[in-house]
Design a protein around this ligand. Sequence first.
Ligand code: ZN
Ligand code: ZN
Length: 250
Amino acid sequence: MMTVLMYSITTAVKNFLFPGGAGCPLCGRRGSPKHLCRSCLEIWAGLARGFTPCEKCGRFSADLGGSLICKECQTGEQPFIKACSVAPYEGSVREALHYFKFCGKQDLAYPLGELLAALAAEVFPFKSFAAVVPVPLHEGRLRERGFNQAALLADVIGRLLKIPLAEDALVRKMETPSQTSLSKQQRQANLKGVFESGNSADGLQGKSVLLVDDVFTTGATVQECSLVLKASGVQKVYVAVVAAGILRVQ
Ligand SMILES: [Zn+2]
Ligand SMILES: [Zn+2]
């Protein structure tokens, strides 16, 4: 609630300083409303400083212990080939995703999707994806929020990288209570049977897809979606998220 209030105050100040809505969609400073400004991008790059992303799951660690992948990826097999993320899920990145998701700030979809498209093109340069697949929302939640943030991001990525969007390759059959206070094991158990493959999954058999979500923390959602896609015949799942969690030093 406090964040929403702060956001409305910030927006009011921004509208006063920059009438007409021009400027960075995140901080309101001058620049284009379609892209994050240089200072916001510098802040985001600063959040990643001192951390190395795990080569497999994309989460950030201050010390991977001489390995390229985190302990979890070393000990357990991930159902996706590789996940990549723009920045750690901290500070300004966390706020941006909060505004985007919970404050209806849909004009962040383009700048965030653009960053994800650039990242995916860099990390997966020679991959040919049959589709971009967003992590779905339950229809009740979709009605309440009015949009699925992952689908908006996937749409931008698809348009920029010229990959078809398969919005209904995955369907969320039920809503789960807030997962934030749960352990990884509890989240995984909660998500069993929540997703199923949808209409457009049939055309993806034997193909590679790019699964898109806003954030990857425990990875339970992305893992479950990857498993469902693979069970429906998708051969390889690659993942792109805006933000990934920071792993405790192992
Ligand atoms: Zn900015
Ligand atoms: Zn990892």
